[in-house]
Design a protein around this ligand. Structure first.
Ligand code: THU
Length: 159
């Protein structure tokens, strides 16, 4: 038997130490939580993506009485950005969540389905996407969606 150990490097920052553009992206994600449609969970998630041309696009979770028909903030935002600007690379995404009258202290981390979509977007543009996960206590930063999804399934397997 042999063992494979996978290592993920997570940069942990206080918000104050983030760059200006990272702060702007996080602020856009936080702002987007205000427009989330989350009457069932009360968990309002906001996401914001930075396009190659410098534009920031934000979105949020959209729930549904038929629960599985809803969509997370990350996918709502990435799909809208890709649908509107199909040729613009997404350089970074920030995510924040508002729950019980405050932003979460812990960082908000994308669900499995969103991780797969973030990875597809990276592969589509052949460029890594920085992932910024906001919590009141810290910001977690990953250099690539691949770090969110070890042993992932991607387009290269279909070749
Ligand atoms: N949610 C997101 O929008 N993004 C995440 O990363 C985790 C979960 C949403 C889905 C649902 O509307 C609510 O949060 C509670 O799970």
């Amino acid at each position: 038997m042999k063992e494979i150990n996978l290592v993920t490097k997570i940069a942990v920052y206080p918000l104050a130490e983030c760059s200006e553009i990272e702060k702007k992206l996080i602020e856009a994600a936080k702002e987007a939580t205000k427009k989330a449609y989350a009457p069932y969970s009360g968990f309002k998630v906001g996401a914001a993506v930075l396009l190659e041309n410098g534009e920031i696009i934000s979105g949020n979770n959209q729930e549904n009485a038929a629960y599985p028909s809803g969509l997370c903030a990350e996918r709502t935002t990435v799909f809208f950005a890709n649908a509107t600007y199909p040729d613009q690379k997404i350089e970074a995404i920030a995510v924040a969540a508002w729950h019980k009258d405050r932003f979460t202290n812990e960082v908000i981390t994308p669900c499995g389905g969103c991780r797969q979509v973030l990875l597809e977007t990276e592969n589509r543009f052949n460029a890594p996407m920085k992932i910024l996960m906001y919590g009141n206590e810290a910001v977690y930063m990953l250099e690539s969606a691949k770090d969110l999804l070890p042993l992932s399934f991607g387009d290269e397997m279909l070749k």
